[in-house]
Design a protein around this ligand. Sequence first.
Ligand SMILES: C[S@@+](CC[C@H](N)C(=O)[O-])C[C@H]1O[C@@H](n2cnc3c(N)ncnc32)[C@H](O)[C@@H]1O
Ligand code: SF4
Ligand code: SF4
Length: 357
Amino acid sequence: MIHLMKNSQKRAALEFRQFWYLIKHILPKVLPLNSRNLFRLKNAIRDLRSRGGIQAAGQPMYAQIEPTTACNLTCRFCLNRHLAHPRDHLLYEQFVQILNGLPGLLAINLQGLGEPTMNKDLFKMASEARRRKIYVFTVTNLNLSKKMVCKLADSEFDAINISIESVDPEKYAWYRRGGDIRTVVRNLKLLGNLKKKNGRTFSVGIWTTMTEETIGSIESIFEFASQSGVIERIQTVFLTDKASHVSKYEDALRTQQIADRRAKAKKVRAVLHFLSRKYGILASLVEGKCSWPWSSVYINAQGLLSPCCNIRNRDLKWGDVAEGNIDRAWYGTEWDKLRKGLVTGKPHRACAGCPYV
Ligand SMILES: C[S@@+](CC[C@H](N)C(=O)[O-])C[C@H]1O[C@@H](n2cnc3c(N)ncnc32)[C@H](O)[C@@H]1O
Ligand code: SF4
Ligand code: SF4
């Protein structure tokens, strides 16, 4: 029966399961239906309905907040080492200011261009988000000390994701310079044991950045996840081919860019659908039209706003948390221009060469 399904049906099934997963986890965050939660729900509906328009109707319901730009690895595909400010840490006070300035938030991702666990206040931030009933998750390379894994396991995160491109030790170390998959395996085991022992409810997922080199071995990630006994989801993304990124890639990586993304996306979704059923693990591919400017915002470790994690140039002055009024930026002309660019197919210069246009 599954084999008879068309690609479009497989995609719909994959997306529906992902959507259902989110609903299941986010819905309890907006109960009881008091005035604050009703505001957040209505705001989310306004966001969804405004998609495709030039002006935002609601405030961001989702924010990616960068705790730090410090990192313990130098991965080949990552722009972290090209940052002008490589060791900024977001202050806890700035974080609270962000949450106060964005009352529509339903979910936040505490992750940016750096290793989140290197911000000493990360867990305090997660606790504050949880206290405000915001679904909070992070992404880590898990090349961490045992002490740090214990802190992660004891944290208030709703979900913890681990980045892995390959389970082959040599390949892993090629992409993740300074990293060791054996450390990840050891730490994942510890995380799973502590979760069970302490009756914690956080979910654990894998994030994997696919290249032409790794795309054929995606099943090994499912096997790895299944053997771990703790991984519930696998989220895949293609190596970014936004011009601003590609210009920084070394030749050995540039040749591994995904060729013919659209056709590949179809095939990968069909494979993910099959593997997801085979291993009983949720799976998704982040690919398709961008919806960020209608619902989401990115805030870097300096407290500066931008429309997404792919836009890091600061000359356009998207907004500054320190200036207080996050709303003014979000409803401002630059953001309108960005939305207009995506709607009309004449992208804003900040989106130039982005695969999600
Ligand atoms: C920037 S990292 C930060 C969190 C943490 N340090 C980690 O590696 O998981 C977040 C995610 O971005 C992905 N990433 C980094 N550079 C990328 C690129 N050029 N294309 C696609 N994904 C990328 C990483 O693989 C990782 O899953
Ligand atoms: S660990 Fe994460 S932030 Fe650090 S270099 Fe690798 S992908 Fe970038
Ligand atoms: S289309 Fe623009 S806003 Fe959307 S992800 Fe790409 S660069 Fe960011």
